[in-house]
Write a protein that binds this ligand. Structure first.
Ligand SMILES: [Zn+2]
Length: 261
């Protein structure tokens, strides 16, 4: 899968202060690392500091912007599934137990309906009884378990149904709101903050361990081009941004990216 990346080539600009970004097309692998070439021919390996759900949500927004409604819905659906897995790991990781250490439980993660169920119950367990979070949890779980959107997703995935613009927009908004709320809630709970950092660190570690040509220079990449929502594990929580505001900003940014060669 090839998508557009922002590249600050370390060979062209050894001093990062003078660096001007290049926009390059490059293949994204499943570990999220990317090998690409700057316009002057320098090969660079990008280590991605984004989670899969952030990238897929951005790709869903880009597809929506370009009127690829079925693609948008599929990307947003994958983004939600990856978010649920991420949140499950975050909520189950402590010093004594980690989901990754239980092979039998790991099997659950292969089935999206099971992940959805496990996520919903565990999220309810952690946040449903907190007085200040009760109403928000109820609203969030209604979005997560929205029957109409789930049926729409299944119709698209299994019957090749082509969604209308409004349906794809509703689906993308639902995905964005779920991602925004879940990450906000997890980041707001102290015991989960360090788990988020550990999980983001592991995504990078997996890319570093991946077999690759060690002569190619490596740099870290945030891929701000396809970004509708940024997790930013080290930054404090900002005010929530509505889907419409985030999407309008995204469209503006993408228009600029596409005019730069
Ligand atoms: Zn270069």
């Amino acid at each position: 899968m090839r998508i557009k990346w922002v590249l600050l080539c370390p060979e062209c600009y050894p001093n990062l202060h003078d660096a001007k970004p290049h926009y390059v097309d490059a293949e994204l692998t499943d570990t999220l690392s990317v090998v690409t070439t700057c316009p002057k021919g320098h090969e660079v390996r990008l280590l991605n500091q984004m989670e899969k759900f952030e990238i897929f949500l951005g790709m869903g927004a880009k597809a929506l912007m370009d009127s690829y409604f079925l693609e948008s819905l599929v990307y947003c659906s994958i983004a939600k599934e990856d978010l649920y897995s991420f949140a499950l790991k975050c909520m189950t990781q402590n010093n004594e137990a980690s989901l990754d250490n239980y092979k039998s439980l790991k099997k659950l993660q292969k089935n999206s309906e099971r992940i959805l169920g496990a996520f919903s119950i565990l999220y309810f367990y952690h946040f449903g009884s907190m007085e200040e979070a009760k109403e928000k949890t109820k609203t969030l779980l209604e979005k997560v378990l929205n029957q109409n959107l789930q049926e729409l997703r299944n119709k698209c995935m299994h019957q090749g149904y082509i969604p209308r613009k409004k349906e794809a927009e509703d689906y993308a908004m639902n995905a964005y709101e779920i991602v925004e709320t879940v990450i906000r809630t997890l980041k707001g709970k102290e015991e989960f903050q360090k788990n988020i950092l550990a999980l983001v660190g592991k995504t990078l570690e997996d890319q570093k361990k991946e077999e690759h040509d060690i002569t190619i220079k490596e740099i870290y990449c945030y891929n701000p081009t396809y970004c509708l929502y940024k997790l930013d594990p080290l930054l404090p929580l900002e005010h929530p941004k509505s889907f419409q505001d985030a999407y309008n900003e995204f469209k503006e940014k993408m228009r600029n990216v596409e005019t730069v060669k």
